[in-house]
Design a protein around this ligand. Structure first.
Ligand SMILES: Cc1cc2nc3c(=O)[nH]c(=O)nc-3n(C[C@H](O)[C@H](O)[C@H](O)COP(=O)(O)OP(=O)(O)OC[C@H]3O[C@@H](n4cnc5c(N)ncnc54)[C@H](O)[C@@H]3O)c2cc1C
Length: 593
């Protein structure tokens, strides 16, 4: 069975040495002393390693089962869900008035990485509930909040998000599900939704579906879409469960990965629904929580990559194949371990530098969300909105690639189910697709986010990089050479790409769209470059002081140098592709493909 070691030390390093959370003035952050976050992460790590991790393979092998309208989750999931509830893990960052613990989102994110790394399919039941509860929190009436939130925060009831239909996924304007207004103010919801994660299962007393539908007689297209609360069981005035609603699972999908999560066809047959937020503003209501939801999916990419990497390292130290060409490292054995070979080390360092850089990126993103939500900081909101497609698209594309690299370290054994490596690859794959496919993330970044507020937020990002380089450069030649200069060069590439779009896309938008995927990836590299420069600075400062664990900080510096030297220069390749314009992509006729 695969191993997992919760990355508590690394998360603590990012939280305290890099982001300095406990001295930040974001409301609630003063509670985040190192002892406190360390204790929470320690406990989360135990649940992740001891409860969720052993069930990962079980969920993969057994999958979910539909019998007579009931979806049965894999053996052990129900008990584990009870343990998550009993431990208060389901409402970590939810308001106290609804039973949550009101902790900052940054801490919930660090905890969430461990849960997702050890069992993505299982953690999605809770994650979807969190997303649905957040939408009710942001848009619900007092009555709706009081009716649904306490049970959703505790996960007595779980939640779902219903957007996709058979003929519409990305283009939700094509939606057909209808909402027929009733005299009592409710609606009758009719239509079919597909691919609904956690749409039906046996771990909760009730399931609160959030369903996008078009109110009969409303505007056409996306402007006519509204959001509805459609409970599986209607809720009586006293809070008890009432009659069964017309919402039922039609089927569950057989799929490539996340077998432990039920992916359902949901049929709504005149189901009673209650408007959430305003009429025809459904997309806005659904997307309020988009930054968080997409950051959560980006985290799935990172978490699968880290879990797969941990195993690849163990294997590379253990497996004896071939000799170090510069001299045997295991002269008494029949061969040297894989880890002596430069190509294996390259692969492992790609993975390590991605996982640690990605962790810092995600946690930094979470602080921006806290700043936006807890302080109402519009600038932080602007920057995280800009970075959201990068977090989602880059971290899941790369995260998947890293699970493939980890699998490759195992050679043929990586392809054999017994070793557990193929599950990481299969589970990581979905994160590139749901919550907006990655091609569409790139489109959102280039077509919308770059120009938001006149480009103010992308300028703020460049300014952040520039001031970091100014404040920390020119003091230490090696640091300048290894970190500041590569970061400046990559940031310059990114600016040049933005300039190319500005100069060419007005005439022909395809000049930008043909380069959107490259742009998203180069942006991701610059973000990780910035993270590595910040982490290297923190590590260097710790080494100059009286750090007890010198090996940890030295490894940070070495890994950071690797990222800057071997990964960050990818921005040059992406820039060249972008500057080749639309022609190489658009010239071939559709019938010539
Ligand atoms: C396991 C699983 C779980 C899911 N969970 C949920 C859930 O809980 N709730 C829910 O509502 N949905 C869910 N989905 C649906 C998922 O969000 C959609 O599959 C996804 O948004 C893509 O929609 P689609 O499959 O219709 O692809 P399409 O929209 O048909 O897109 C196909 C491809 O074309 C690209 N594309 C589309 N339009 C454009 C464009 N304008 N420009 C460039 N490229 C474009 C896309 O990037 C994609 O690669 C889930 C899907 C799966 C497989």
């Amino acid at each position: 069975m695969p191993i997992y070691n919760a990355p508590t030390k690394d998360a603590q390093f990012v939280l305290h040495d890099v982001l300095n959370v406990s001295t930040s003035d974001i409301p609630g952050y003063n509670e985040l002393e190192a002892d406190f976050t360390g204790a929470v992460l320690e406990e989360a790590g135990k649940i992740a390693s001891n409860v969720l991790h052993p069930l990962n393979v079980v969920g993969d092998k057994e999958g979910c089962r539909l019998e007579n309208g009931i979806v049965y989750t894999p053996t052990g999931f129900k008990d584990a869900f009870e343990q998550m509830k009993a431990g208060g893990w389901t409402g970590l960052d939810m308001p106290e008035e609804y039973g949550g613990q009101n902790m900052p989102y940054v801490l919930a994110t660090a905890v969430g990485e461990m849960f997702s790394a050890t069992n993505q399919a299982f953690t999605m039941y809770q994650g979807l509930t969190h997303g649905a509860a957040s939408a009710i929190l942001a848009h619900g009436s007092e009555e709706q909040k009081n009716t649904y939130l306490p049970n959703m925060v505790s996960c007595e009831w779980t939640g779902t998000m219903n957007l996709t239909e058979p003929h519409c996924g990305t283009d939700l304007g094509l939606m057909r599900t209808k909402a027929d207004p009733q005299a009592d103010g409710s609606y009758k919801i009719s239509g079919q939704k597909i691919f609904i994660s956690a749409g039906e299962h046996d771990m909760a007393d009730n399931i609160i579906h959030l369903v996008l539908a078009k109110i009969v007689g409303g505007p056409d297209g996306i402007k006519g879409v509204s959001l509805f609360i459609v409970p599986k069981y209607l809720v009586n005035e006293d809070g008890s469960l009432g009659e069964r609603n017309g919402a039922a699972v039609g089927n569950i999908e057989e799929k490539m990965g996340i077998h432990g999560n039920s992916t359902c066809v949901m049929n709504y047959d005149e189901a009673t629904g209650y408007l959430l937020g305003e009429e025809h503003k459904g997309m806005r209501a659904m997307f309020t929580m988009m930054n968080e939801a997409r950051l959560g999916v980006g985290m799935q990419g990172l978490s699968q990559a880290d879990a797969a990497y941990q195993n690849a390292v163990e294997y590379a130290k253990d497996r004896l194949q071939g000799r170090d060409v510069t001299g045997a490292k295991n002269p008494d054995g029949p061969a040297d371990p894989l880890i002596v070979h430069p190509d294996i080390r390259r692969s492992l360092l790609d993975q390590k530098s991605f996982a640690e850089g990605g962790r810092a990126f995600i946690l930094w993103g979470a602080t921006l969300i806290d700043k936006a939500h807890r302080e109402g900081d519009k600038d932080a909101d602007g920057v995280i909105s800009l970075l959201t497609p990068v977090i989602k698209g880059f971290l899941t594309d790369e995260g998947y690639d890293m699970t493939v690299k980890a699998q490759q370290v195992y050679g043929g054994h990586g392809y054999i189910e017994e070793w557990g490596m193929s599950q990481y690859t299969r589970d990581a794959r979905i994160a590139m697709i749901y919550e907006g496919a990655n091609g569409v993330q790139a489109l959102d970044l280039v077509g919308r986010k770059l120009a938001t507020d006149g480009g103010k937020h992308v300028m703020a990002f460049f300014e952040m990089v520039k001031s970091f380089c100014k404040e920390n450069g020119g003091q230490d030649e090696a640091f300048d050479r290894d970190f500041i200069e590569p970061l400046k060069a990559a940031s310059k590439d990114l600016q040049a790409a933005g300039m190319f779009f500005m100069q060419n896309a007005v005439k022909n938008p395809n000049e930008a769209l043909a380069g959107s995927n490259d742009f998203m990836h180069m942006f991701g590299h610059v973000c990780l470059g910035l993270m590595w420069a910040q982490m290297a600075l923190a590590a260097r400062n710790a080494l100059a002081g009286d750090a007890s664990d010198k090996a940890f900080y030295e490894a940070k510096l070495i890994t950071g140098r690797y990222y800057m030297a071997r990964r960050l220069p990818a921005t040059g390749m992406h820039l060249a592709r972008i500057q080749s314009g639309a022609a190489p992509v658009m010239t071939l006729d559709a019938d010539q493909f």
